[in-house]
Design a protein around this ligand. Structure first.
Ligand SMILES: NC(=O)c1ccc[n+]([C@@H]2O[C@H](COP(=O)([O-])OP(=O)(O)OC[C@H]3O[C@@H](n4cnc5c(N)ncnc54)[C@H](OP(=O)(O)O)[C@@H]3O)[C@@H](O)[C@H]2O)c1
Length: 329
């Protein structure tokens, strides 16, 4: 089987997790790491036994040996970093959120089409085996007709203007960091986009959303009650409520378990699917499969899916009157 050769751009927090996943996979080689700082790249390379380390992103993008680059930089860098890889004919797996708004996403998608290269947003939750089971349960009407979805992803991290989470110049705030998960999850499980969106947010002193609530209404009579936070521990469970029971997914965004209850609150089914590594291997395997098949996008998380979710995120921010500094003329 063809070995897929990966490079990682940006040697930060999520890059270490993704490197761990890649190192656990067969027919997969983590070939190069690029940081803006060569010492940092070398340390990362040593830790993960990577043969090439680069002190600039350009060198990675131009490396002829690399099939695909995983972009692990802050949201606001994704457009430029993605474009750098695409114009050098590299496939791209770009961290979520794909970009800070729909316009930037469309730019990358058009560029990838022009250069005929693979492109995907790293929305790893959609590739988890438990997510797949939950989606099948809903399709099979295990809980009857879905009526309501409740999902949150919120944690409490102290205010720090130097953190990308609170810094408006890195498009900080809850919506793009974690709010994207419950929104994507609800739309994916229902196979639908909402007809209407209502939302409110607490915008903090650094002008990013510290917490938010989002209501989505779908044309089949389903309501989704979603929320996210960086300044309040709202938990990270999802509950899908049907007319014949409900499904509880603890830690839905990195789920390894789901439980089905009937209307009497009795457990009628449970699935437990521990990760082979740390969960990031499933999205990486999707990329490997697509590249071996010559596909330019994933059918599980297509570029249209990314655009649809970006449109929702843009609409929500419009309701709050929230723009990032890069968006203001
Ligand atoms: N899928 C998930 O579960 C998950 C989890 C966490 C984060 N993420 C996403 O991954 C992305 C990175 O998040 P992270 O938590 O890994 O961030 P992080 O720890 O701050 O790392 C980001 C890295 O990007 C590079 N970088 C390039 N331009 C930068 C700039 N202007 N400012 C700061 N760093 C810059 C730096 O690497 P060098 O110094 O080596 O160049 C930095 O270490 C975000 O878009 C986030 O939404 C996804």
């Amino acid at each position: 089987m063809r070995v897929i050769k990966w490079g990682i751009m940006g040697a930060g927090n999520i890059a270490t997790k993704f490197a761990t996943a890649l190192r656990s996979m067969e027919h997969t080689e983590l070939t190069a790491i690029a940081s803006r700082n060569i010492n940092k790249a070398e340390k990362f390379a040593e830790r993960f036994h990577i043969k090439k380390s680069y002190g600039s992103y350009e060198e990675l993008a131009k490396d002829e040996e690399i099939d695909v680059v995983y972009i692990a930089t802050p949201h606001t860098e994704h457009k430029a970093n993605g474009a750098l890889c695409i114009v050098n004919n590299k496939g791209v797996l770009c961290e979520k959120p794909f970009t800070i708004n729909k316009e930037e996403s469309q730019y990358l998608i058009d560029l990838a089409a022009k250069h005929n290269v693979f492109l995907m947003e790293a929305m790893w939750t959609k590739f988890l085996p438990v997510t797949n089971t939950v989606k099948n349960w809903i399709r099979e009407k295990k809980i009857g007709e879905v009526k309501h979805i409740r999902a949150s992803f919120g944690y409490n991290t102290p205010y720090d203007i130097n953190s990308r989470l609170y810094d408006p110049y890195t498009a900080g705030g809850a919506l793009l960091d974690v709010g994207i998960y419950p929104i994507t999850y609800a739309c994916y499980l229902l196979d639908k986009l909402p007809d209407s969106i209502s939302s409110s947010a607490i915008i903090g002193k650094s002008n990013v959303d510290e917490q938010n609530v989002i209501g989505l209404q779908f044309d089949n009579g389903v309501l989704a009650n979603l929320s996210s936070a960086i300044a309040a521990d709202t938990g990270d469970d999802a509950i899908i409520i049907g007319d014949k029971g409900k499904i509880h997914i603890p830690n839905f965004w990195n789920a390894q378990k789901a439980i089905v209850y009937n209307n009497e609150d009795v457990i009628v089914d449970t699935v437990e699917l521990p990760f082979m590594s740390n969960g990031y291997e499933y999205e990486a395997e999707e990329v490997n499969v697509c590249l071996r098949q010559g596909k330019k996008q994933s059918s599980i998380h297509s570029l249209n899916d990314t655009l649809d979710i970006m449109k929702i995120l843009d609409e929500i921010r419009k309701q709050w009157g929230l723009k990032y500094p890069q968006e203001s003329e």
